[in-house]
Design a binder for this molecule. Structure first.
Ligand code: UGA
Ligand code: MN
Length: 477
């Protein structure tokens, strides 16, 4: 074919292949370039238009139904949870979060919050009630976690359950919350049996005949919303001015992670309604418990085993209530990239990864050579077998349960080491290396500046002002 004949679309490569070279010799160079460009743009446009048309006519291919099969961080997006997406229950965009959305709508119905509030913390109680809408959404999410099925407790302090059958009985100083495991079971039953739910679910999780018939494609990819293995996040906390700020920051990080139960365990003799209120408002499924540090450690002038009784209480809870998934100790003041949660879900025994901002070395990390764990990098080794930070490892629930005596020692500086040793036998080769084989930093041991306790409010001067309310929200020793 000779240059100049551009009638056929198929000549694109032919033109470039030299047919036009002869013509170019007779034309000015500028004109020739202009012509090439015009032809190139035109043909590209036509191809694009044709391709778009082709795509819009193509029904779902079965292979596009992806189950959670990978751990890559790009996949996290499909698990991202946001209240906005939940509110958009009927929008096609939201079908990605379909199971969440559907169970939300159905489980809200049986919820009958009963809030009894008296005395000075009345406003807190009311706010708990008012904030229940957001929590209920997460309740329904928790209700779909398989391991909650067998729970039937009474008298335990329940977070996610609490929002379901909320009964807040208030004394003059404390708001006590009781919940029954029954509520969860009921929620579960509702989620599972409602015809509407299952119909909606199946419509959302499988490409149905109507999808095929209409030939419409409402979004580029489709992700089936079966839940990934559950995560149990054990967070020790204690009373101090920064407490609610720390929990708020961590809580909203955890809110981006599905199928997660947050075990918030306070080093105290009784729960604090302000903490309960904060957890309710965040809306992550939680259990709020107490586990005071034994008196003998509290009295000591030496370093205290901080958060140990709390973490051991968390382990006890898991031995009783959990069957699968993964546990992670997340101190309330640290910083976490949510991709680490998606990576730790799938581990079989123990996993480790680097933690930033630890000691003079700036990071604490396993040392990897040729894909193998060969040692540990940490500013303080201290004769430890596992010189790692609390934020740098996770353990599978099944593995924990195979080690009935595993727990954390009340030994300052040796908490991590003692706990990991108590998981023996554990081969180094069995330790999974996350965060890009320990080449990335996804958790940081951050510390918040300590604040002096707030001074007392001048109640005479600020009588009948908002400050009377705010003052009740401050955590004082
Ligand atoms: C470091 C480690 O990361 C902790 O896991 C370890 O328990 C602690 O050292 C230790 O060796 O004692 P660090 O940042 O120094 O942590 O300690 P904190 O953040 O003050 O406490 C760790 C956790 O325990 C926090 O979640 C905190 O809320 C809780 N905690 C602290 C208590 O429950 N009670 C306390 O009296 C102090
Ligand atoms: Mn800390």
């Amino acid at each position: 074919m000779k240059g100049g004949n551009y009638t056929s679309l198929g000549t694109y490569s032919g033109i470039n292949a030299g047919g036009n070279v002869a013509v170019a010799g007779k034309m000015s160079l500028g004109k020739s370039i202009k012509m090439y460009l015009t032809i190139f743009i035109l043909t590209t446009c036509i191809y694009m238009a044709l391709y778009q048309y082709h795509i819009s006519r193509e029904p779902f291919a079965a292979s596009e139904v992806v189950k959670h099969q990978e751990k890559s961080s790009s996949y996290i997006a499909s698990y991202l949870w946001s209240p906005i997406s939940l509110l958009m229950a009927n929008s096609s965009f939201n079908t990605i979060n379909n199971s969440t959305t559907t169970s939300t709508t159905t489980t809200t119905a049986p919820t009958t919050p009963t809030t009894t509030t008296t005395g000075t913390v009345g406003s807190v109680g009311q706010k708990v009630g008012a904030s229940s809408t957001s929590s209920i959404r997460m309740v329904s999410l928790a209700a779909t976690i398989p391991s909650f099925k067998s729970e039937s407790r009474s008298g335990s302090l329940g977070g996610h359950q609490k929002t379901a059958t909320m009964k807040t009985s208030t004394t003059t100083t404390t708001t006590r919350t009781t919940a029954s495991g029954l509520a969860t079971t009921k929620l579960l039953a509702t989620t599972r049996t409602t015809a509407k739910t299952s119909a909606k679910l199946s419509a959302a999780t499988t490409p149905t005949a109507s999808h095929m018939e209409n030939g419409h494609k409402t979004r580029p990819t489709f992700v089936a919303a079966s839940l990934p293995p559950p995560l149990y996040i054990i967070t020790p906390t204690y009373r101090r001015p920064e407490q609610l700020a720390e929990l708020t920051r961590l809580g909203y990080t955890l809110k981006h992670v599905v199928n997660l139960l947050w075990l918030v365990i306070e080093d105290a003799n009784k729960t604090n309604p302000l903490v309960g209120h904060t957890l309710d408002r965040i809306g992550v499924p939680y259990e709020y418990m107490v586990a005071p540090m034994p008196e003998k450690y509290k009295q000591t002038k030496k370093a205290k085993p901080r958060g140990v009784s709390n973490r051991n209480r968390g382990l006890e809870y898991l031995r009783e209530h959990a069957t699968e998934g993964v546990l992670y100790f997340a101190d309330d003041d640290n910083t976490y990239d949510i991709s680490i949660f998606e990576q730790m879900r799938y581990i079989s025994k123990v996993a480790m990864w680097p933690v930033g901002l630890v000691t003079k070395t700036g990071v604490s990390s396993p040392i990897i050579q040729a894909g193998k764990l060969v040692g540990y990098y940490d500013g303080w080794i201290g004769g430890r077998k596992y010189p790692v930070d609390m934020a740098g490892f996770a353990v599978s629930v099944k593995f924990l349960k195979e080690r009935p005596n595993a727990q954390m020692p009340f030994k300052p500086g040796y908490e991590e080491d003692g706990f990991l040793r108590s998981l023996a036998p554990l081969d180094d080769a069995e330790i999974e290396l996350l965060a890009d084989e320990c080449r990335d930093i996804l958790t940081w041991h951050t510390q918040t500046k300590k604040n002096a306790p707030a001074q007392a409010l001048n109640r005479t001067r600020y009588k009948n002002t908002n400050l009377e309310h705010i003052d009740r929200l401050l955590v004082r020793p």
